[in-house]
Ligand binder design. Structure first.
Ligand code: KG4
Ligand code: ZN
Length: 334
């Protein structure tokens, strides 16, 4: 008998629900994006995000169940993102999941959003299993984890300041690309020259840690200098150069982590793993060094509930359950 997990995700600006079979097979994955709403404000407005989740959550759950052709009685566990994320947004998903579990007497599993991102790889390659190294890069996170087992992970390094996604979003806004910055910067880069501008590589002694604040400041200074001369920055060239610099740092750190841990299996996770330049650089690095690589399917790179239902499945089969007193944890660590 297969195990069915229903995933619910509402940590930021996507309301999502998905039905997954045995942690790996996507029976349905529904995402209601709020990007259009927030783009007029240049970023996510937490209060509005919560309100939109309240509107979208029940239709999302209904649609995911309908597309997967399942009844409530078919669900073995409801897996919901309990953190990290925006507290008001998280609470909508957590409350909906708890109501469902209480009324239908279904076990509840609270899932760490970042563990969910890593699980995107399990949905991409059904034979992908720990141990492996994972470069996790999203709007709020940049870290490399050694995933020893489904629920046993060790930090190899993390960011000392900004996350990679944040560094993309900030500069995209400054050069007028708007929100969401990462994907727009990626698109603009396609026709830009990555050698047009150069940026300093961060110097953090021998540490593997990331730091993006220096490169962000250098980018802002370059833009200001060009504008002071009464000129305009070539948006495509600037985007391509900046993206190339950040992706080079990420690739270099992952390679150093490979050497440090001697792990020959690598993968990516998080919204920034959708970046075309990063995917190309990591693919080349893996090819040159004969590493086994998994790149998450584009649909599972950015926030979705399929990844939450997959990560939750592994907790569920390990016997992990949460009580109906479970809260939302905005700063939840791995
Ligand atoms: O994982 P995610 O959807 O949400 C968080 O958990 O943060 O990641 C969102 C981040 C944003 O910073 C967004 O700009 C970035 O991922 N992102 C990208 C791309 N697609 C999404 N960054 C660079 N290139 C992309 N193609
Ligand atoms: Zn995310």
């Amino acid at each position: 008998m297969s195990i069915i997990t229903l995933g619910i995700e509402s940590s930021c600006d996507e309301t999502a629900c998905a039905v997954i079979e045995d942690g790996r097979i996507v029976r349905s994955s529904i995402i209601a994006s709020q990007a259009d709403l927030h783009s007029q404000y240049g970023g996510v407005v937490p209060e509005l995000a919560s309100r939109m989740h309240v509107e979208a959550i029940v239709p999302c759950i209904r649609e995911a169940m309908k597309q997967a052709s399942i009844e409530y009685s078919d669900i073995d566990a409801v897996c919901v993102t309990k953190g990290p994320g925006l507290v008001g947004a998280l609470l909508v998903g957590v409350s909906a999941a708890k109501a469902l579990c209480e009324v239908k007497k279904i076990p509840l599993v609270g899932v760490n959003h970042m563990a969910g991102h890593i699980a995107a790889n399990y949905l991409t390659d059904v034979s992908w299993e720990p141990p492996f190294l994972c470069l996790v890069v999203s709007g709020g996170h940049s870290e490399i984890l050694l995933v020893k087992d489904y629920a046993d992970m060790e930090y190899i390094c993390a960011t000392r300041d900004d996350a990679a996604g944040e560094a993309f979003d900030k500069i995209a806004r400054v050069i007028g690309l708007g929100y969401p910055g990462g994907p727009k910067l990626d698109k603009a880069s396609q026709t830009g020259d990555p050698t047009a501008f150069s940026f300093p590589a961060p110097k953090i002694s021998d540490s593997l840690d990331f730091s993006f604040s220096g490169i962000k400041t250098a980018a802002l200074n370059t833009i200001n200098q060009v504008r002071l001369k009464g000129e305009d920055v070539d948006v495509n060239d600037f985007a391509a150069s900046y993206q190339d610099a950040i992706c080079s740092i990420l690739t270099d750190r992952l390679w150093k982590a490979v050497k440090k841990t001697k792990m020959k299996k690598i993968c990516l996770a998080g919204g920034v793993s959708a970046n075309s330049c990063l995917r190309a650089k990591i693919t080349e690095m893996a090819r040159k060094n004969h590493l086994e690589l998994c790149l998450p399917k584009m649909a599972y790179c950015t926030d979705n509930a399929a990844m939450i239902a997959s990560a939750g499945y592994y907790d569920y089969v390990a016997g992990i359950r949460d009580g109906l007193d479970m809260n939302a944890y905005p700063s939840l660590e791995m």
